[in-house]
Structures are given as C-alpha cells and as structure tokens.
Write a protein of this length. Structure first.
Length: 260
C-alpha cells in the first residue's frame, strides 16, 4: 500500500506527538493526578457514609429492645426516662442510655446528666465502631456540662480524652486543637495536684510525645497515691526500658510482681 507524501508526513507527526504526550504523561504523574485531593475526597466519602450509618442506628434505637418502649425517645417525663436509662445500663445498651441521658440533660439543663450522657457515649466506643462520631457526641455533651459547671474536674479530664481521640481520628488543622487535651489536663492538676485521672492521662500524653522523664515523674506520683495499682509499676518499668536503663526497669518490674 502506498501513501502520498502528505499522508506520510501527517502519520509520522501523529506518532511523534503521541509518543511525546505519553512520555510527559508518564513522567509528570503529579500534574496529572492530585493524590491529596483524591485522598481527601475518599475521606469525605467515608465520613459521610459513617455519619449516615450512625444516624440510621440512632433512628432505630427504639426497636433495639422491648424493655423500653420506643415512645420514650420523644417523652418529656424525666422520671420515666431516668428509669429507662437505668434499665438500659444494666443491659449494657450504652448508646441508647446516652441518647436518653442527653435528652434529660437538655430538658433540665443538668450538668450531671450531660456528663452521664458523655460517659455512655465513651463506653460505647469500646465496641470499636463509629469512634469519631461517638467521641464528638461525648465532646458536645462535656462542653455543655462545663458551660454549667466550669470547675467540674472529672468532666475536663473526659473532655481532654475525647478531644485527644478525635484528633487521632481526624488530625486537627491547627496546633491549638492539638494542644487542648494537655491544657485541659494541666488545668485539672493545677486545681487538684493529686487528681488520679488527670495525672494518669498527662503521663500518657507525655509518653506519646516521647517526654519520658515527665511521664516518669507523673507515674511515680501515681505510685505514691495508689501503691497497690500494678499498672503504674509496669508503665515505669517499660519507660525505663525505653530509656535504656535496664537496672531501673528491672526494679520497677520486680515491684509490680510483689503487689498482692
């Protein structure tokens, strides 16, 4: 088959352009594919899917047990709701108990009920599902609690834990959110230097940021306050081991073994 000169030139040009486009396409993948945008899009899609599934669970709470009638979700009878919460607690239906506790808290503007709702949401996280959304629900209730009782130290600790876990699920965009758990816990121990949970979580935060000397200081105080808690001794042993101090690591391990 013969090609006239013009067709031959066009065909050669076509192959050259195709080859060049292919070459630059393969060697400039960053210009062709925005992986950051793709990851963001996937993350948003997964979040939306999780929110939809979580909303479905909340909407169907009324059918999760026959012990509590579904109309309790719209009831304003706080005594009846309180009894339902107690029943749900014994059945370990913490999410349902959390939703009802939140309802009572809103009706009465009650700090204790907001804190209770948050605690139930936190207990529900033990199932390992919808973690980010549960921690966010806990955070909302704890902030409501603290707006009523700003000096509630236990609520501050729970809020610090909730925010820390939210940050782990969805890394914050600014350092203020990143530092908030530590600031809340420092507020707690500034008021009560012997606050067990405040000291414990400050120690764990120090561990997580590799500030082992600070963490050791916190856990030694915990040992002083609760000498029968084996966990503190083991934490100290592990931290000394991380520091390369095998002698101290062995001492604290042996102390843990001597606790009845």
């Amino acid at each position: 088959m013969k090609l006239n000169p013009l067709k031959a030139i066009l065909l050669i040009a076509f192959f050259i352009v195709t080859a060049l486009l292919t070459y630059f396409g393969l060697h400039k993948s960053e210009a062709q594919i925005d992986f950051e945008a793709l990851n963001k899009e996937r993350s948003e899609a997964m979040t939306a899917q999780n929110e939809k599934a979580f909303e479905s669970i909340l909407n169907n709470l009324g059918s999760s047990t026959t012990v509590v009638k579904p109309d309790i979700l719209s009831s304003n009878d706080t005594q009846r709701i309180a009894l339902s919460i107690t029943l749900l607690d014994t059945m370990q239906q913490y999410l349902y108990a959390a939703v009802l506790s939140e309802r009572v808290a809103k009706i009465n503007n009650n700090a204790w009920r907001y804190h209770t709702a948050a605690r139930y949401f936190l207990m529900e996280t033990e199932k390992g599902e919808h973690l980010s959304l549960l921690f966010k629900k806990a955070k909302t209730n704890l902030e409501q609690c603290l707006s009523i009782e700003p000096n509630n130290l236990n609520a501050k600790v729970d809020l610090a834990v909730s925010i820390y876990n939210i940050n782990n699920q969805e890394p914050p965009k600014n350092t203020a959110d990143l530092m908030r758990p530590a600031l809340l816990l420092r507020e707690v121990v500034a008021v009560d230097s012997n606050h067990i949970d405040g000291l414990y979580y400050l120690g764990k935060l120090a561990q997580a940021s590799n500030q082992l000397e600070k963490a050791i200081e916190r856990f030694k105080k915990l040992v002083y306050l609760q000498p029968q808690n084996r966990e503190y001794y083991l934490e100290l042993s592990q931290m000394y081991e991380r520091l390369g101090n095998q002698k101290e690591a062995k001492v604290w391990l042996e102390k843990s073994q001597n606790i009845n």
